[in-house]
Design a protein around this ligand. Structure first.
Ligand code: NAD
Length: 256
């Protein structure tokens, strides 16, 4: 379905981003990967799906590096048809104790990066009159949790950005939507499970049950594969008129 198209997925060396990159690759899209840590493993996993894959190590907190990644994607693949703004980090602390540098980093990486990548990818999409911008927000783009002020502010901001971009392009072939996962067992969440286990001296399994039980009625993690399937739907012809939505996949979290 996506043969001949190119997807740039930020923060795709791990977790949800890698899951979405693989789901789009399985539909035939060429992939520009981005993120830190091991690169060769994710590159091989995507290449095994029979598409072209490249990697750019832009730090999504740095606008000049984002611009370089967008330019490189155009050079290597001839354009960007699908932009998935996924890179993100977390820090947990009460607001009065929240380190200022963590606030700035979360706003830059989780929110401003989506603005920068979107503003630079849009002209090419509009010239082609086809494009898909998918912002990986969070259920924290819809509701809040204590001790996550920067993350909640950034993710609510991503949902707002999604709506504004969707409206500006509503009469074109370019759509913009947000995906709002509940808990997904990636390194970002494993750290929060580990912190709970250590703080209360309980097992990993008990900490996991507690984490899910506090927020997620299904008592199940959403998977990167499920989120990948939602991204594929948004890229399909059936997604042509889905514009400006914030679609949660959260086991009932936000329904409470
Ligand atoms: P993860 O830690 O597994 O992956 C994050 C990715 O972003 C990695 O590839 C990492 O290298 C990359 N990254 C981090 N900082 C970066 C930077 N400055 N520049 C470039 N890349 C950077 O986390 P994840 O859980 O897969 O999170 C992906 C997205 O999903 C984030 O935006 C997160 O907020 C969101 N999300 C996660 C959950 C969850 O439960 N895991 C729930 C809702 C939303």
């Amino acid at each position: 379905m996506l043969h001949g198209k190119t997807a740039l997925v930020t923060g795709s060396t791990s977790g949800i981003g890698l899951g979405i990159a693989k789901a789009l690759a399985a539909q035939g899209a060429n992939i520009m990967l981005n993120g830190f840590g091991d690169v060769q493993g994710p590159q091989a996993e995507v290449a095994a799906l029979g598409v072209q894959v490249d990697y750019h190590g832009a730090d999504m907190g740095k606008p000049a590096e984002i611009a370089d990644m967008i330019a490189r994607t155009h050079t290597v693949f001839g354009g960007i048809d699908i932009l998935v703004n996924n890179a993100g980090i977390q820090h947990v602390a009460r607001t009065e104790n929240f380190p200022v540098d963590r606030w700035d980093a979360i706003i830059a990486i989780n929110l401003s990066s989506a603005f920068h990548a979107t503003r630079l990818a849009l002209p090419g999409m509009l010239a082609a009159n086809w494009g898909r911008i998918i912002n990986v927000a969070s259920v924290h783009g819809l509701v809040a949790s204590a001790e996550k002020s920067a993350y909640v502010a950034a993710k609510h901001g991503v949902v707002g950005l999604t709506k504004a971009v969707a409206l500006e392009n509503a009469t074109t072939g370019v759509t913009c939507n947000a995906i709002c996962p509940g808990w997904v067992l990636t390194p970002l969440v494993q750290k929060q499970v580990d912190a709970k286990a250590a703080a209360q001296n309980i097992s990993n399994a008990a900490a996991t049950r507690q984490l899910l039980g506090e927020k997620e009625p299904s008592m199940q993690f959403t998977t990167p594969e499920e989120l990948g399937a939602l991204a594929v739907f948004l890229c399909s012809p059936a997604g042509n008129n889905v514009r400006g939505v914030a679609w949660n996949m959260d086991g009932g979290w936000a329904a409470q």
